[in-house]
Write a new protein. Structure first.
Lengths: 638, 578
């Protein structure tokens, strides 16, 4: 998928209003008290930040008075004003101190909660979700989208709130001092709003374009870096340079425009502020000179005592507005990011209506099964019936598919009329070309996907009635692509059964033929694997994954191309481990090399979602059908 | 490091220099404005003539427009300079990587190269924008505001100068405390994201073992840990705002109090009421510039790691260079290894290839067999000089490979790599990597040779079928055959297939080989394979074991005299004889 990241990054939120409301709801759900305190503190902080203008008004009045009557006459009043100022400022600073600290806690705590909600939600999603979304796209929720959310909560929201309160407070003071001058400021504000809309709109437009170009460039870089060795072999360097230059130039042009508009916004806003500042001073001066009657809530006549604080207020006013305008891009991006996060959280979890559970059991000499809490090594299906009775069925590993149809999308059936009868301890092999439906069948047995038609019975029970977790617990799986997790070798083996002792894990490793090489690792079983076990060879990783399945000790195993990416000589070693693992279990094997499936009880040859041949190796060879052709190499397997 | 990066500015030197100049003009004008405003107000206060008031007003609006003009200019040139700078870095990085040898590519992993070309470049671009604009603006603002404030009233301005070092110290303290915390928590954060990625990749395993709850708990613990560390670091940064306010408010209170006394006691002769307001403005500008500076410091230290990573690539010297006076023609397809040893790293303990003596005649077909890690691929990669030998030398057509022009050599020696890729584009476009001037007929010819023509024609768009990135929409066997066709298009003197038919069925595999034998008999062919049947009828078969040649011979000779060959042969044919 070339550059999905960039395209996602630039997209706008489809429903910004609903998103923001939901976000606020979530915020309040977790941090009601903190947020209330923050709101109050911001109120105080904004108030103390703006109230200085009123004091300036008082001080200038006092100075004019002092110039007439002398310093001593106003000293007491001046001290009083100063003291009040100090008092308010102390409150303001204390409020800032509290709310910025709380915001740090809220931001990080909330992100943590969101992250865990996302992760938790993701664990419950069906495999289908992971099959239909790229890893890069899913990761992007946790990196890019969370990042925009952090920006929004830690910066944009408090900033917008502060600015709004500041503006509100300033309007009150302004009206208190002079209505005429306030109107003048409003004219300026309208001008600023218009400019923000024009320039900001252009900026946003090019930002979206820039995001798209980034996506293209990143996609190209990724592809080329991955194929760099092929580029070298074909001496294709000059061509790829040329192609790169083209898209790089496009990115430059978009980035230049996007940044230009964003950069210009600040000086424009700042200088409209300046011009307003000048106009206030100038028109204020004129009003004084012409002795225009003032309209105000304070009842003061227009004087320097009003013009001076108005200058200060204008400055704060324009600063607040330009701060709001600077948050626009991040708010737009955060809305899109947050919406995507919610989308992930809203994904439908894997439904599970199963009620048959797997329990530890004891079987007495009469064959009666009783439930027990201790680990007996014997398991039973606990089956509650609608009439209130309970029955227990021993877990044996008998899996049968009757006339099963399936399609990943409803109108495109990929498996037709599949019948499989696997008795406990039998080995069933699937053979056929890529896309014939081998893996799909195993996906149905562990209910990664649900069948469209037909029946699947596990120990005689309809698998739809079995709780998915218990069903999967009874099935072991070893896949071609081994996934190991960061942690020690021991932890990776124990992944199969969390309460397994060290001895049990080592025994499983021995069974899987993995013990000898694990002992050779620098720290033995405590060697830490990272990056999906990158320090180990493919064969060694596969052995660990076999040990992992062995420690789980399930009655049914699915081996999906478990030895395909291993060379013939290493395979011999892995195969021994596999053979031991398979003993006494019902096993479904999908294999690339036919030599590994020859000793199966039944071999199913699949073609285009249908079983076209079935039988033992000898029988199929004797029939000289498709299996025979595959075996002699006349058909392509991949 | 800085010098290396500066080399990427090039044609954007002009906007890079103009930006700080425009910014400084803007700042100077911005600093003059409050001074004139003070004068204007003082005149109003005095009740002097309207003419003077008008004059000052007009001058002020003029100044605001000048400031606006230069501010906008600076914004525009800054955008050009920084985007251009980023473009050039990307360009240089990409070009550099194109020149990398295999050894260079191995040294940096693919994903790290992608990060360096994307995220790191963006970080540096941001830092550059900061440096040429804000890093100039902040100190200028501080200095000019201080000058203007002193010009207005030295007594009161001293207050700012006294507060300044305290504030600087406090801000420095915050940065110093917070930076190491952030550095360590970012590492943890990366790990957390890696564990998510691991989980997403291994979701089938998670679900199969029913480990959803376990994973949630594991993740929850790690996420809580990251959250706690982040909160700790953010709390320190949160001190910035109250500290700034404290400094600003102290300044305002002191200046108001002392200012009032000063004005009254001197009867308004030293300074007027108008000056008071402007002094506040200057004070604010001085103190907030300091804050800007600390922010820039943080930005630059964040981008420091990015800069280092970019420079590593830019400074990396390609280990393989074209010789002076290169040989421009490969005469035939003979290959000679004379006492060749090779190791991937200079300080690797073990040689990947040890003492190889091998002579291949032009037109021979050679099979290579051996387990994983036996250095089969390494052996053939020396022929087209994808790596250079550590000891000894390799000759192609009787001339040392180091004496050839690299492009000439690689056109003559066509390798189909084991890890091969197709690129997004049509089949035609992909094939023409081999020869960009090839005619359509030529394409069909090589595809027939590689047994690819048939399946290509089964696609609705035939040769114009679009291949997705990584070739995900063709099967493994089809991909391999396309790769072979692509290599054939070069009309090479030597053709090397590195396990390139592993996903192709044995019948088609045999057809490909017989097509080679009849259509390109003069080309030397080296075939690495896992399947005995792929190499069995070669003129000679090389058995590789642990970096050494274990044996060379025909199928019959080896079957009679080589244990490894026999073992592999029987393991693959045992079944067939039943």
């Amino acid at each position: 998928m070339p550059g999905p990241r960039g395209i996602r990054g630039g997209a706008k939120a489809k429903n910004a209003k609903a998103t923001i409301l939901r976000l606020i709801k979530y915020l309040f759900k977790y941090y009601k008290v903190y947020l209330t305190i923050v709101a109050i503190c911001i109120l105080f902080s904004a108030f103390s930040g703006t109230v200085s203008s009123l004091f300036l008004n008082k001080i200038v009045l006092l100075i004019s008075e002092g110039l007439d009557k002398g310093y001593d006459a106003i000293y007491a009043d001046l001290l009083g004003v100063i003291m009040t100022m100090i008092g308010l400022y102390v409150i303001g600073i204390a409020s800032s101190f509290i709310y910025t600290r709380l915001m740090a806690i809220i931001t990080q705590g909330f992100l943590n909660k969101m992250r865990q909600n996302m992760f938790g939600g993701m664990q419950s999603l069906p495999i289908k979700y992971f099959d239909t979304h790229t890893h890069g796209d899913i990761m992007s929720y946790y990196t890019n989208d969370i990042d925009t959310l952090r920006q929004l909560i830690s910066q944009s929201i408090p900033q917008l709130f502060t600015s709004a309160l500041t503006i509100l407070a300033l309007v009150c003071y302004m009206l208190y001092l002079s209505v005429w001058m306030t109107l003048l400021v409003f004219v300026g504000v309208v001008a600023m709003a218009l400019v923000t809309k024009k320039v900001g709109g252009n900026s946003a437009k090019y930002f979206v374009k820039q995001q798209k170009s980034i996506g293209v460039v990143e996609g190209y870089i990724e592809e080329m870096m991955n194929g760099q060795k092929v580029v070298k072999v074909f001496c294709h360097e000059e061509e790829s340079k040329k192609d790169f230059d083209k898209i790089n130039e496009q990115l430059y042009s978009d980035a230049q425009k996007a940044n230009k508009y964003a950069n210009i916004l600040m000086p424009i806003m700042g200088n409209i502020g300046h011009i307003m500042y000048v106009l206030i001073a100038f028109i204020g001066g004129l009003l004084i000179l012409l002795n225009v009657p003032n309209i105000s809530f304070s009842g003061q006549v227009i004087s320097v005592a009003i013009v001076v604080p108005f200058l200060n207020m204008t400055r704060q006013f324009t600063m607040s507005i330009s701060q709001v305008s600077q948050q626009i891009n991040s708010v737009v991006m955060a809305m899109a990011g947050t919406e995507r996060i919610f989308e992930l959280m809203d994904e439908e979890p894997e439904p599970d209506n199963g009620y048959v559970t797997l329990v530890n059991a004891k079987i007495d000499e009469n064959g009666n099964i009783t439930e027990t809490n201790e680990r007996t090594g014997v398991w039973a299906w606990k089956h509650p019936h609608s009439d209130g009775t309970l029955t227990y069925t021993k877990l044996a590993g008998d899996v049968r598919l009757f006339d099963v149809d399936f399609g990943y999308v409803p109108d495109k059936i990929v498996l037709h009329n599949i019948d499989i009868y696997a008795e406990p301890g039998q080995k069933i092999a699937f053979v056929g070309a890529t896309g014939a439906g081998k893996t799909t069948i195993t996906n149905l047995i562990n209910r990664f996907y649900d069948i469209a038609d037909g029946k699947i019975r596990y120990d005689g029970i309809n698998i739809n009635k079995i709780k998915k977790a218990d069903l999967r617990r009874s099935l072991g799986i070893v896949l071609q692509d081994v996934n190991l997790f960061t942690g020690t070798v021991m932890e990776n083996i124990r992944y199969g059964r969390l309460d397994a002792t060290d001895e049990e894990c080592i025994a499983a490793a021995k069974l899987a033929n993995a013990h000898s090489f694990i002992k050779m690792l620098p720290e033995g079983y405590n060697t830490v694997l990272s990056g999906d076990g990158s320090g180990l060879s493919q064969g060694q990783r596969q052995l660990i994954s076999i040990a992992r399945a062995a420690v789980a000790d399930p009655p049914v195993m699915i081996l999906d191309e478990a030895t395909s990416s291993i060379d013939t000589r290493t395979e011999a070693i892995v195969q021994k481990g596999m053979d031991r693992l398979m003993q006494g279990r019902t096993v479904f094997v999908i294999a690339h090399r036919l030599s590994t499936v020859q000793n199966s009880d039944v071999i199913m040859v699949l073609d285009h979602g249908r079983i076209i041949e079935r039988g033992s190796h000898q029988k199929l060879i004797a029939e000289k059908g498709v299996y025979y052709q595959l075996y002699t190499g006349a058909f392509e397997m991949e | 490091m800085i010098k290396t990066l500066m080399g990427c500015i090039r044609e954007y030197k002009k906007p890079s220099i103009l930006t700080p100049i425009y910014v400084s003009v803007e700042v100077i004008v911005e600093c003059i404005i409050p001074f004139f405003i003070a004068k204007l107000i003082n005149h109003i206060e005095d009740g002097s003539e309207t003419r003077l008031v008008l004059l000052y007003g007009a001058a002020l609006i003029g100044l605001a427009f000048i400031s606006l003009f230069f501010g906008a200019l600076a914004g525009s040139t800054c955008a050009t300079a920084s985007s251009g700078f980023a473009k050039n870095i990307r360009h240089d990085l990409f070009y550099k990587v194109q020149e990398f040898s295999f050894a260079n590519i191995d040294r940096f992993s693919t994903s790290s190269l992608v990060t360096r070309l994307t995220t790191d470049v963006t970080n540096v671009q941001m830092a550059y924008m900061m440096v040429i604009r804000i890093a100039v603006r902040a100190p200028f603002m501080m200095i000019f505001s201080a000058i203007m404030a002193f010009a207005m009233c030295p007594q009161l301005s001293t207050v700012y100068i006294i507060i300044l070092p305290f504030l600087a110290f406090a801000l420095f303290f915050i940065v110093k405390k917070a930076m190491p915390l952030f550095n360590s928590v970012f590492k943890k954060y990366d790990k957390l994201n890696n564990s998510i990625q691991e989980n997403v990749k291994g979701m089938r395993v998670v679900k199969s073992f029913v480990r959803e709850e376990y994973e949630k708990q594991k993740f929850g613990k790690a996420a809580d840990d990251v959250c706690a560390d982040f909160t700790k670091a953010e709390k320190i940064v949160a001190l910035n705002m109250p500290i700034m306010q404290l400094a600003m408010y102290i300044a305002m209170v002191v200046v108001s109090f002392l200012g009032a006394r000063l004005i009254i006691s001197t009867g308004g002769s030293v300074m007027g009421v108008g000056d008071l307001s402007s002094l506040f403005t200057y004070g604010m500008q001085i103190l907030s510039s300091l804050m800007m500076l600390s922010m820039i410091f943080v930005m630059i230290s964040i981008s420091d790691a990015s800069m280092r990573r970019i420079c590593e690539v830019l400074k990396e010297e390609s280990t393989i260079k074209n010789p002076e006076n290169p040989v421009m023609e490969v005469t035939d397809g003979s290959i000679d290894f004379n006492g060749v040893s090779f190791k991937y790293h200079e300080n690797a303990e073990k040689n990947a290839l040890e003492d190889i003596e091998l002579h291949i005649k032009s037109g021979e077909t050679i099979g290579v067999l051996g387990g994983t890690g036996s250095s089969k691929s390494t052996l053939i990669q020396l022929i087209s000089r994808l790596y250079d030998t550590s000891v000894g030398s390799v000759y192609v057509g009787g001339i040392n490979v180091k004496d050839y022009d690299i492009e000439v050599l690689r056109d003559a020696v066509s390798v189909v790599l084991q890890k091969n890729v197709l690129f997004s584009g049509t089949i035609k476009e992909n094939l023409r990597w081999g020869d960009k001037d090839a005619s359509d007929e030529e394409l069909v010819r090589v595809c027939k040779l590689a047994q690819a023509d048939e399946f290509i024609n089964s696609f609705p768009d035939k040769y114009d079928t679009f291949i997705e990135q990584g070739g995900t929409n063709v099967s493994g066997g089809q991909k391999q055959r396309l790769c072979i066709a692509r290599a054939l298009l070069k009309k090479p003197k030597i053709l090397i297939l590195d396990d390139s038919t592993s996903a192709v069925d044995t019948k088609t595999d045999a057809l490909i080989r017989s097509a080679f034998a009849s259509e390109i008999p003069d080309t030397t062919k080296i075939i690495i394979a896992q399947r005995i049947s792929s190499v069995q009828d070669a003129d000679r078969i090389i058995i590789m074991n642990d970096g050494k040649i274990d044996a060379i011979g025909t199928h019959e000779e080896l079957l009679a005299g080589n244990d490894i060959y026999r073992e592999v042969y029987y393991s693959q044919n045992r079944a067939g004889e039943e």
